[in-house]
Design a protein around this ligand. Sequence first.
Ligand code: SF4
Length: 346
Amino acid sequence: MRHANAAVFVPHIGCPHRCSFCDQRAITGCQSAPGPQEVRAVALRAAETLPPGVPAEFAFFGGSFTAIDRETMCSLLGAVQPFLRSGVFTGIRCSTRPDCVDAEILSLLKGYGVKAVELGAQSMDDTVLLRNGRGHTAADVERASPLIREAGLSLGLQMMAGLPGDTAEGARETARRLAALRPDTVRIYPTVVLPGTAIARWYAQGSYRPMELGEAVELCANLLGFFEGRGVRVIRLGLHSSPELERSRIAGPYHPAFRELCQSRLFLRRIESALGGREGEYRLLVSPRDLSAVLGQKRANVEALRERGFRLAVVPRGEIPRGCFAVCLPGEETGRLFSPQEAPAL
Ligand code: SF4
């Protein structure tokens, strides 16, 4: 089912820290903290433009929503209430820090119609968290996550890859520990260097090297396959593109279609593993919605497989579920179906 969102970004207000990588203003293009009036205006616009019959949520992203002073936080939540009552939105989601969550605040959020809370975990390695000025530990994520689930709220976890002090194996270990907390959704952000941040300084001094785009795609494709294989929805992969971000970013693996690059790489790996080294000619049946990711940019996947001895005819078929593909030998009509649960191991 399709979903829609109306979102307000809450840059930095409520943040007791300034993390090494973060410039919410550059990421969101949002220069000042919103008030209830702006929330109402965004909700009204959404009410006029959202397609009817598509479930929509109102989202407060950026910053540390539950660390905002109580009065401001409640006024922002209060501004959405008429739109919940009239059925424009089915609920509210917000993102916050793992050390700013307790049972009392979760019950308050629930009372305002919040249905999902996302935690910026970023890494499950305390040395990485410390080096990047996060001001919380992995134990905070492990304490806050069950509280959110026990409150009956949807749990979202956000992680980063390529932070100073982290490694590809560190990011994979973060993914394993986050998956163990049974989140409903995950967001994965490869680290991008933004002006005015500590990592921009470290980058200029030569003490920090961000991941190359190819390296980030390789790693994040791996993480995507891992979460999808466990039935966890990855609702974002890579920073949301905005003119402000495109203009201001200094370095790092940013691409406006980063998710598609990762999906494409993941399909390449999964197809190769499904073919199991048996060179030859195959027909690959795929969902029409996955066709471009399966083919790869400029048919890069088909070419890469051809070089390894696999000659593929890729055929879109409406009956193949998204994320799956069927491998047919010559003469076979339906072949064997492979699902994302058969993703290669992390
Ligand atoms: S990453 Fe989150 S906690 Fe850190 S400064 Fe940015 S908004 Fe605040």
